[in-house]
Design a protein around this ligand. Structure first.
Ligand SMILES: Cc1cc2nc3c(=O)[nH]c(=O)nc-3n(C[C@H](O)[C@H](O)[C@H](O)COP(=O)(O)O)c2cc1C
Length: 402
């Protein structure tokens, strides 16, 4: 049975939710599920904006059939070819054989890679700034390369001020009947998931996101329709401001993320002492055991806070495995503009600190503090001075940033 939400008189959400998926993209846990958004515009012509993942194809086609009634589907705008938005594309073509697909040349190439149907005869190729009329609505296209994948584009409906933003401005979490961000307490319940989504899905591509933000800055966006999560009709500027911040790798708040790897608890002990000393000075600290908390969650906090401390045992002459994975992931996510301190531990030849520093030097604008702490098996009282020196250096840079 169909399950729809009306967005405007002409636009309806025809997507669906998946609460059974354990790992999005095989990496990111989605304990609250995920939505796959697809939007249908009923104009003089009928226009579908993206399709959906295979997991929700049944309800998607029921939605589409219900909305279209006797009308044909005239156009499908494809913004992004990742299969969670394009898996059902071929079936849409089979059901609506006269359908034309509005997309760019990179999308045509990817359609040919993923599918075998004839795209050339049905493709309407658009470029940056092209405008396409569907009757009352004028659709303007903006290319958004690497705002997740190279083929990504966005559509702005100049008639109603609707930006179809592909994966940008999306959020993890299934929609529980509510479709608009202002129907829920987004700040309280969803901002954390929006940040986790941004940091992990798009975080690597800050400069590309910045380029798109510049392009859309002058648009009068009255509705923001991403491919996952809520539709925005209020406080859009505030959400765009978050994207400005995240994409420029500007911390949201002053505070310290302490990520530690510890086999027997001695490195953890040093991390705990550091956290306590920071709070003694009124400096906010959050702690993660990298063997317990997924790297993607820690990366999310690293996007949020200004300072990072990595404390790791030495393991087979290297960095402890789960810490090594986190550090590589942080470098891969292109994180920048953070102040970093490193603590190492080893029973005979501690080297994890040196190796962590060397990896993080690959990141841009990382202020890696000279102060460091090297523990031989367990922290000794005479080393408290070194912990305090790290706290001093953090405090000094936090004050500077204020
Ligand atoms: C498999 C394994 C490999 C290790 N490799 C090294 C090493 O290469 N160099 C070193 O100094 N210590 C090495 N250690 C020892 C730990 O780094 C050391 O005992 C450290 O103090 C543990 O800190 P923790 O109490 O936080 O787990 C190794 C330990 C294990 C279990």
């Amino acid at each position: 049975m169909y399950c729809l939400r009306k967005i405007t008189d002409d636009l309806t959400w025809v997507g669906g939710n998946d609460r059974r998926l354990a790992m999005f993209e095989g990496v990111y846990s989605v304990p609250d599920g995920v939505s796959y958004n697809s939007y249908l515009m009923m104009d003089e012509k009928t226009v579908l904006f993206d399709t959906v993942d295979k997991a929700i194809s049944k309800v998607f086609f029921e939605n589409l059939t219900e909305m279209l009634g006797e009308r044909p589907l005239d156009y499908l705008v494809v913004h992004h070819m990742e299969p969670d938005h394009s898996f059902t594309l071929e079936e849409v073509v089979l059901r609506y054989p006269n359908l034309k697909i509005i997309c760019n040349t990179k999308i045509v190439t990817m359609i040919k890679q993923f599918f075998d149907f004839d795209i050339d005869s049905r493709a309407i190729i658009v470029k940056e700034g092209d405008v396409f009329s569907t009757g009352k609505h004028q659709l303007k296209f903006y290319m958004a390369p690497m705002v997740h994948w190279p083929e990504v584009m966005m559509t702005y409906d100049t008639t109603d001020g609707i930006l179809f933003s592909a994966d940008a401005f999306g959020c993890f979490g299934a929609l529980n009947g509510a479709i608009f961000a202002d129907e829920v307490d987004f700040q309280q319940h969803y901002m954390k998931e929006a940040r986790r989504y941004y940091a992990n899905i798009i975080g690597k591509y800050g400069s590309q996101v910045q380029a798109v933000l510049k392009k859309i800055a002058s648009l009068d966006i009255r509705l923001l329709c991403p491919l996952h999560g809520f539709v925005w009709r209020k406080d859009i500027d505030q959400y765009v401001e978050k994207y400005e911040r995240w994409s420029s790798y500007t911390p949201e708040e002053e505070g310290v993320v302490i990520a530690y790897a510890s086999i027997y608890g001695n490195t953890e002990n040093a991390a705990e002492i550091l956290a306590a000393r920071l709070w003694d000075r009124g400096i906010k600290a959050v702690m993660f055991d990298v063997s317990v908390t997924p790297a993607s969650d820690i990366i999310t906090s690293a996007f949020q806070y200004s300072h990072l401390v990595f404390a790791s045992t030495t393991y087979n002459n290297g960095i402890f495995v789960s810490m090594e994975a986190l550090i590589f992931d942080i470098v891969a996510h292109n994180l920048q503009n953070r102040t970093v301190a490193v603590i190492e531990n080893g029973s005979w030849a501690p080297v994890s600190g040196k190796l962590i520093r060397a990896e993080l030097e690959k990141c841009k604008n990382m202020n890696i503090l000279e102060n460091k702490l090297s523990i031989k098996s367990s922290l000794k009282k005479n080393q408290m001075i070194e912990i305090d020196a790290i706290v001093d250096a953090i405090e000094e840079t936090i004050v500077k940033n204020k």
